[in-house]
Design a protein around this ligand. Structure first.
Ligand code: NDP
Length: 240
């Protein structure tokens, strides 16, 4: 039996890395991307291949650059699961944000998802099989002060998810998003211990989420009935 394959963007750290580990353990062949962490990603690929007897290839790609994403897809002849995870945050007042910062965030968080879906969908439609999972945020559902651009990018991801799900349902390709609450990754290292404590005080589960919890949900979603599509699944410890 041929193994299934998954492309996971931003797989060198945090949530993407946990997702890569979970999918490797489940026997998927992997295409993994990062922006700068080439050495760490290559080591992970070797480890996944050795431990789980799968093929794992790592690529350094700016997912916000269409030409680079096209080159990435020239290495991918077939694909079962597309996980759009790579993302960046920006904390600050909207009026202080530069246009370059806005463009960079939108390119990474939103344009990248368009690029990968544009290129992954034909691979999936031709076999009437495939899955797209977008990693979103609770801020895309409810908005966050000081994170307006980030919230807008994730709100757009949620709408893209719902619309693309309708477009691809006739082709048996579910499209869903996972809206994460506060997950313990480098993305939140900018917060002081006091700020994190204040944040945790607002979370009914009384703790940050772990990347492995998001990964477990992504893996379940990849194996869920195809009738489950167009959903934004929130995993936030009851936060929002
Ligand atoms: P991290 O900062 O821990 O990791 C980000 C990953 O994305 C890294 O692998 C990084 O690669 C990669 N990356 C960043 N920019 C690019 C780019 N332009 N092209 C390719 N890869 C890129 O983030 P998290 O794991 O916390 O976040 C993952 C996703 O989860 C994001 O979409 C984020 O918005 C979302 N999320 C996270 C939450 C959290 O609390 N952590 C909450 C809600 C949503 P490299 O190592 O090379 O820099």
């Amino acid at each position: 039996m041929t193994r299934k394959s998954a492309l996971i963007t931003g797989a060198s750290r945090g949530i993407g890395r946990a997702i890569a580990h979970a999918f490797a353990q489940a026997g998927y062949d992997l295409y993994l991307t990062c922006l700068h962490s080439e050495t760490a990603l290559s080591e992970d690929c070797r480890e996944y291949a050795r431990t789980f007897h799968i093929n794992a290839q790592g690529f350094c790609v700016d997912m916000g650059d269409f030409d680079a994403v096209q080159t990435l897809f020239s290495h991918i002849p077939d694909l079962d699961v597309m996980i759009n995870n790579a993302g960046i945050s920006h904390i600050g007042l909207l009026s202080d944000m530069t246009t370059d910062q806005w463009r960079r965030l939108m390119a990474t968080n939103l344009d990248a998802c368009f690029y990968t879906c544009k290129l992954a969908v034909p691979l999936m439609v031709r076999k009437k099989q495939g899955r797209i999972i977008n990693i979103s945020s609770v801020w895309g559902n409810v908005g966050a002060s000081m994170e307006v651009a980030y919230s807008a990018s994730k709100g757009a991801i949620n709408s893209l998810t719902k619309a693309l799900a309708k477009e691809l349902a006739p082709s048996n390709i579910p499209v869903n998003a996972i809206a994460c609450g506060v997950i313990d990754t480098d993305m939140n290292r900018c917060f002081s211990e006091d700020e994190l404590r204040a944040l945790i005080d607002e979370i009914p589960a009384d703790r940050l989420g772990q990347p492995q919890e998001v990964a477990a949900l992504a893996l379940q979603l990849a194996g869920a009935p195809a009738y489950l599509t167009g959903q934004i699944l929130t995993i936030d410890g009851g936060f929002c």
